[in-house]
Design a protein around this ligand. Structure first.
Ligand SMILES: CC(C)(COP(=O)(O)OP(=O)(O)OC[C@H]1O[C@@H](n2cnc3c(N)ncnc32)[C@H](O)[C@@H]1OP(=O)(O)O)[C@@H](O)C(=O)NCCC(=O)NCCS
Length: 207
């Protein structure tokens, strides 16, 4: 797995187009906008406006919860946040967790950022969290997200019919999961990351 340094000196996990790493205070405002984006929230949950005070409190506390890991997604060599990857419900007994992702602005979607971020996030789940199973739920009508999840290695496990009521309609929700690959595949994915990141960024170093 490769790492890069952010503007504040923090280490980030580097891919070919994007890096994933810690949130910094300048991310809090774009995140506030995305959490209040009705159109995007409609794709993955119930919309409730988030007020600024509780949002900032959430941002301050996110690193203190051992069951969660939140990554900012950035383009290689660019400090601006373009999305986030959220690992939650990390369970040390079952070695399982849930994962979620959002690319904040439509203009940044469909450029391969989401797929790459998800691959880096899953790699992190196997290598750093030592997980066996990573799951997600997605609305059955969210064809783009399902396509991306399949491409990242998630397989459909079932459909929860009329599971959510969102914006005036009942929504079927699909459960998908990815499982820990063989040790050989995990090693191979590391080699791929080294290759992909080589020469991308002068501050990229192997860890
Ligand atoms: C879902 C999301 C994370 C994907 O990230 P992204 O950066 O846009 O995705 P990528 O660019 O890596 O890949 C998009 C893929 O979907 C395909 N795609 C685009 N629109 C599609 C559609 N309507 N149906 C099926 N596939 C579609 C693209 O062709 C591309 O696949 P390809 O690389 O095989 O050609 C991002 O679009 C997003 O945040 N959307 C809004 C919120 C959301 O839906 N979140 C998920 C909630 S569970």
């Amino acid at each position: 797995m490769n790492a890069a340094r952010g503007l504040l000196g923090e280490y980030m996990i580097a891919g070919k187009k994007i890096v994933i790493g810690a949130l910094v205070p300048t991310d809090f405002v774009p995140l506030y906008g995305w959490f209040n984006d009705v159109a995007a929230v409609r794709l993955d949950g119930i919309f409730r406006p988030v007020n600024l005070a509780s949002h900032l409190q959430w941002c301050q506390n996110i690193g203190n919860d051992p069951t969660k890991v939140m990554f900012a997604i950035r383009r290689c060599g660019d400090a601006a946040i373009i999305g986030y990857l959220n690992i939650s419900s990390i369970n040390g007994v079952h070695r399982s967790a849930d994962i979620g992702i959002r690319i904040g602005e439509e203009e940044n979607r469909n450029q391969g950022f989401g797929k790459e971020a998800l691959r880096l996030g899953l790699d992190y789940c196997w290598k750093h969290l030592n997980l066996e199973r990573v799951a997600l739920t997605v609305f059955s009508k969210n064809a783009r997200a399902i396509h991306v999840y399949r491409a990242a290695g998630f397989k459909k496990e079932g459909t929860l019919r009329r599971y959510c009521f969102v914006d005036g309609e009942w929504i079927d929700t699909v459960i998908m999961a990815a499982f820990r690959p063989s040790p050989r595949k995990i090693r191979k994915s590391a080699a791929g990351a080294v290759h992909a990141a080589a020469g991308q960024d002068a501050m990229t170093i192997a860890v």
